[in-house]
Write a protein that binds this ligand. Sequence first.
Ligand SMILES: [Zn+2]
Length: 106
Amino acid sequence: MKTKVYLRRVRINNGGYDRPGSYWGTGQPLYYFQADLPDTYSHTIWQWHTCDAELTAADVPSCRNCGRSVKRDLNEISDYTRANDRNHAKEIIQAKYSTLDLTFYR
Ligand SMILES: [Zn+2]
């Protein structure tokens, strides 16, 4: 099943701030993406894990350091990524959520 991902570029001014005033710094273009997932998607939570362990594939499904699950059930994706351009952003997002078949919308 295809998952619809809404992907849009976030404009950053010369000082590195977006329109609401969050600081991102300058550099590669910034993209925001959002998707509602049709089924619960169990995602490895590399970026949300709170202990200091450097997680590897050997830490799935639970961290060798703290024993906590490194899986989280998501029903929505909402995140930012830096990318060279829109197609690059799509590649990054598809690689990150490799088990989902994504189609992109603006
Ligand atoms: Zn841990």
